[in-house]
Design a protein around this ligand. Structure first.
Ligand code: SF4
Ligand code: SF4
Length: 326
């Protein structure tokens, strides 16, 4: 993908371009905020008792807090990788997802997140004057790098949008394969629209991914009614259909699925020898098991299938089946 949608570029190229594009941002962030109040019309110029408002702006997060966000993300990805690929623990991944939902969702209020960062990165690539902070670059790239190495670990236990859907999935129904694949194209349409709304000429960039984020209103306990209703509807659907936003709409999920195709390691239903009994395919609510093997682009590293694998039970309990985790 390039800024105009043709050709291709490599990850190292993206890193270099973003590093150059972000340099002015760091310089800008180090300047103290100043508003040339004296240049604006004053109360006496305006008359009629007009009161000039006090200069207001959101205090910038201190640098150590920004670094903390990146460090927490990196640590969560590392722990998620260990839990999914080495420890093979569904319980551990659920606990990680709850922790990340609390931190990135409710504490950080869903911002900054790599899904919305797609549009910041696009803007930085297209507009030389657009300043993108290093922290946004890092948060955009870290899950992608992790996907190249280990698959969609970010989706499995780190992403708050994935976590909130994962936790409400109680009665999973199977989506017919053809419908699943057809709906899966929607996320590419959404990705294309998101890029277009940034690069379209003669119009200000419109960050539609953030504007229509269906769950951020829950994280902030406020938001437009239509978006809150959209999020509520998706959560109700997610009780029966595994992660509808992830599978059918999330544009960043599309990027992660692309990169996980070439991942160095990935989820395997059993640690070594498959039994081919088919229990895992029944247990996967995301249609990610084909021909009795987890497919890397679709596998969300949730570890549900591990709990249903007879070999996993033998290895972890010495033959006693553990209680099923929803
Ligand atoms: S598909 Fe998107 S929303 Fe779902 S867990 Fe992955 S990044 Fe998050
Ligand atoms: S194959 Fe399905 S159940 Fe197993 S980890 Fe992947 S998404 Fe979860």
């Amino acid at each position: 993908m390039t800024k105009n949608g043709t050709g291709s570029f490599s990850l190292p190229f993206l890193v270099v371009v973003l590093a150059v594009a972000a340099s002015p941002a760091r310089a800008q962030q180090q300047l103290h905020y100043e508003r040339p109040v004296e240049a604006a019309p004053q109360a006496e110029d305006i008359g009629a008792g007009y009161v000039v408002p006090v200069v207001q702006h959101y205090p910038a997060r201190t640098q150590w807090r920004e670094v903390t966000d990146v460090a927490v993300l990196a640590a969560a990805l590392a722990v998620g990788t260990w839990l999914a690929l080495r420890r093979r623990s569904r319980t551990g991944l659920v606990l990680l997802a709850i922790g990340c939902l609390a931190y990135f969702g409710f504490y950080r209020q869903g911002c900054v997140c790599p899904i919305g960062a797609i549009q910041n990165v696009t803007a930085a690539l297209v507009y030389p004057q657009y300043a993108i902070p290093y922290v946004v670059v890092a948060i955009f790239l870290l899950p992608l790098v992790c996907a190249v190495l280990f698959g969609r670990i970010f989706c499995g236990g780190v992403c708050p949008l994935g976590a909130i859907q994962e936790l409400v999935l109680l009665k999973p129904l199977r989506v017919p394969v053809r419908l699943d694949k057809t709906l899966g194209w929607l996320k590419w349409v959404y990705l294309g629209l998101a890029v277009w709304f940034v690069v379209r000429p003669a119009a200000k960039p419109d960050f539609i991914i953030c504007r229509y984020d269906p769950f951020v209103g829950f994280f902030r306990f406020t938001g437009p009614l239509n978006i809150l209703l959209l999020g509520a509807g998706l959560l109700v659907l997610a009780v029966f259909i595994g992660r509808p936003y992830c599978r059918f709409l999330c544009p960043y999920g599309g990027l992660l699925s692309l990169l996980s195709r070439i991942s160095w390691r990935g989820v395997t239903v059993t640690p070594d020898k498959e039994l081919d009994c088919g229990l895992c395919a029944e247990a996967c609510p995301y249609g990610a098991i084909e021909n009795l093997r987890a497919t890397r682009p679709a596998c969300l590293a949730c570890a549900r299938c591990f709990r249903h694998c007879p070999r996993h039970r033998v290895q972890t309990t010495g033959g006693q089946a553990p209680p099923a985790t929803p």
